[in-house]
Design a binder for this molecule. Structure first.
Ligand code: AGP
Length: 369
């Protein structure tokens, strides 16, 4: 087993460190930055359907559902197509309104999640076109769907999903740009600049992983917390949800992810000196707004850990701890901002003596209802 872990203490840590590679593998042969072109073989046959679709419905569970929320932002932004993201378990029991003009995308690492399978079965009966984003080749969901694109994350052993999530986000980014390309909702120059930047993301993830030593320090400060809040806006919001899920799963610390602006509608009542608040506060369109959210937390003596863009000064002055990540287009923020959150959860769980790779009560794939 030590050999399989490649020298890392746990599969989860190994998988976190594999992300430059798994993100690269998930886009390899699919993007042509010089020509400004995205190619997804498993979608070609459905180009016409995608061009004329009324909307896209994404169904998934857990971490894959969080990836779906990132997909919603990206598809709506670039392809101007309405997207709904549904928990597969709710969707299947809701008598949902679906027809032949709808595209249903199922996202699943394992390709075996029972709720997700049942959701697409239902959508199939109602005539929708089904696309899959799965990591396990030949698993049930890719067999049930009409087309789609695999994530190439390689086997994920840790129960807490890490590299599969960033691979899903990578493929959803490609799908958003592909649909935008065939619908003509994105200019060639924009596509060229986005793809050129996307190609550099694996090396920026490599850079981001260098925050590990600093994160160990922060984790040791947070390890005895009983609760934790994660905040983000825009694509930072699903990242906050994912950060909270990771912490819950492996360290058993109660955590909540919230859109930063929602805090004033309730969760702010929880803030005191005992409450760590981890905030995605990178330099993008919501930067100024997030700064005021941080001020609200500080005014109530909350402990702020901020994920900031390299060179940031304003947030750094306010936060108790800040973790710098490289600058990237807002669309690619989740691929970078997720990394420090995975590492924070990992180190806290190790410090608390938890079974990181096999947390209590959880299975790697949930093949029952
Ligand atoms: C992730 O850390 C979880 N263990 C869990 O939420 C998981 O993402 C969910 O069960 C869905 O699994 P799938 O991607 O294999 O369908």
């Amino acid at each position: 087993e030590m050999l399989e872990k490649g020298g890392y203490d746990h599969f989860m840590l190994k998988e976190i460190y594999e992300q430059p590679r798994s993100i690269y593998d998930s886009m390899r042969g699919r993007i042509y930055p010089l020509d400004g072109k995205v190619q997804l073989g498993g979608l070609v046959e459905y180009s016409e359907k995608l061009r004329n679709a009324n909307r896209i419905i994404i169904v998934a569970c857990g971490t894959s559902w969080h990836a779906g929320l990132v997909g919603e932002y990206l598809i709506e932004e670039f392809a101007r197509l309405p997207v709904e993201v549904e928990y597969a378990s709710e969707f299947r029991y809701r008598n949902p309104i679906i027809n032949e003009n709808d595209i249903v995308i199922a996202i699943s690492q394992s390709g075996e999640t029972a709720d997700t399978m049942a959701a697409i079965q239902l959508a199939k009966e109602k005539g929708a076109t089904l696309l899959g984003i799965c990591n396990v080749v030949g698993s049930s969901i890719p067999r049930l769907t009409h087309g789609g694109a695999y994530t190439h994350a390689g086997p994920e052993i840790g129960v807490a999903s890490t590299k599969a999530f960033t691979a899903q986000v990578t493929v959803l980014t490609l799908m958003a740009l592909y649909i935008a390309q065939i619908k003509g909702t994105i200019s060639q120059s924009k596509l060229i600049s986005l793809l050129t930047e996307l190609e550099t993301i694996p090396s920026l993830v490599e850079e981001t992983l260098k925050t590990n030593d600093q994160i160990i320090q922060i984790a040791s400060e947070l390890q005895d917390s009983r609760n934790c809040i994660f905040l983000g806006r825009g694509t930072g919001f699903p990242v906050a949800l994912e950060g909270a899920l990771k912490l819950k799963e492996i360290s058993y610390i109660h955590a909540e992810g919230y859109p930063a602006a929602e805090m004033k509608h309730g969760p702010i009542a929880l803030i005191d000196e005992e409450m760590p608040v981890i905030v995605i506060a990178t330099k993008n369109s919501s930067y100024e707004k997030v700064i005021s959210n941080i001020q609200e937390v500080k005014a109530r003596k909350g402990k702020v850990v901020a994920i900031v863009t390299e060179g940031d000064v304003d947030v750094k002055d306010m936060a108790d701890y800040s973790i710098e990540i490289p600058h990237a287009d807002e669309a690619f923020l989740p691929l970078l901002a997720t990394i420090p959150l995975q590492l924070i959860s990992y180190h806290i769980a190790v410090m608390r003596g938890c079974n990181v790779d096999q947390p209590r009560n959880l299975a790697k794939s949930v093949t029952v209802e």
